[in-house]
Ligand binder design. Structure first.
Ligand code: AN0
Ligand code: CP
Length: 317
């Protein structure tokens, strides 16, 4: 694998999950692969899990890791070509990227949607600039439209906890005070559409996601109906995708907050969320602390998804 930007880069998904589960049994088995190799992780946005789990994954593989927080200590970067740089940006990303490429063997990028220009976001302009100009393999650590390392970890978690061959997985919108990206729900839909699950998406009207990610998934506007018989509930907030409301918060309706009322109609479902989560907006204290909550094992599997991806990239160098 050269670059990792979406589910298709993993090839056969079942094989990828099995490989991840093998790695989990002995995470130091490939320590020789990364010897004298450097992983650079570039963050344009905050992170707890991605930062720690990906760094740990690189170390498990014997790599040296460098982390750059672009907005804390680096020069402010211009990203649009053709701009007269007489403002507050000291450096252009078109120089910064090849310079970064010189100091490493693999680059991970975190760069959220900006909601200023839907085309700029949905063409994955920043991620593609890294792919084109760094001269290095690049992987997505949540960029404008996707978070495949998260969804891969989610799928590994579902594989570990499922109690039937083809579980019902329901992804539910839930309220949040701020405008969040569609990256996590886009990727989760992408992975669930490829996995052997019965996949349902539920959200209020106006929160329809990009049809390229939804594909043939069932969309149910009645949250209680969607939750009936669910084996896994995957909660997430996202801002509107559809024009003219792209990037907007349309409502903060807390009847959508996942609580005992909704969980009661499920098949004793496991609760999932990628974290960070706002309690009593997205999910109640009782549900996230309850015995069916998987938020901690899910986060733990971020190390495993990252290690599987970095291992495959190292093998292709
Ligand atoms: C981000 C998001 O919703 O995309 C990161 C989640 C992994 N969440 C926040 O910014 C709160
Ligand atoms: N789930 C996730 O990617 O968390 P961070 O934003 O803390 O990395």
């Amino acid at each position: 694998m050269r670059n990792f930007t979406n589910v298709k880069d993993l090839g056969n998904l079942n094989d990828a999950v099995q490989e991840a589960l093998e790695i989990k049994k002995n995470r130091f088995a490939y320590k020789h692969l990364g010897e004298n190799k450097t992983l650079l992780m570039v963050f344009f946005n905050s992170s707890l899990r991605t930062r720690l789990s990906t760094q740990k994954a690189g170390m498990n593989l014997g790599m040296n890791t460098i982390v750059l927080d672009v907005n804390q200590g680096a020069w402010k970067l211009e990203t649009e070509r053709g701009v007269i740089m007489d403002g507050d940006k000291s450096e252009h990303i078109l120089e910064a990227i090849p310079v970064m490429g010189n100091y490493c063997d693999i680059i991970g990028v975190r760069s959220f949607a900006r909601f200023e220009n839907k085309t700029f976001d949905y063409e994955e302009t920043i991620l593609n600039q890294f792919i084109k100009y760094s001269g290095r393999p690049v992987f997505c650590m949540e960029t404008a439209t996707g978070h495949p390392l998260q969804s891969f970890a989610d799928l590994i978690t579902i594989e570990e906890y499922k109690e039937k061959p083809r579980p019902k997985v329901v992804m539910s919108w839930a309220p949040h005070p701020n405008a969040l990206p569609q990256a996590v729900p886009n990727s989760f839909a992408d992975f669930m559409n490829e996995a052997d699950v019965d996949f349902v998406i539920t959200h209020p009207e106006g929160y329809e996601l990009d049809p390229r990610f939804v594909r043939n998934a069932r969309v149910e506007y009645d949250q209680m109906k969607a939750f009936e018989g669910a084996d896994f509930v995957y909660a997430k907030n996202w801002s509107a995708y559809m024009d003219p409301n792209y990037g907007k918060v349309l409502n903060r309706d807390r009847t959508w907050t996942v609580g005992e009322r909704q969980m009661a109609v499920t098949n004793n479902a496991h609760f999932m969320h990628c974290l960070p989560v706002r309690r009593n907006m997205i999910v109640t204290d009782d549900v996230i602390e309850g015995p069916r909550s998987l938020v901690i094992p899910e986060a733990a599997n971020r190390e495993i998804s990252a290690q599987t991806v970095i291992k495959r990239i190292l093998e292709s160098l």
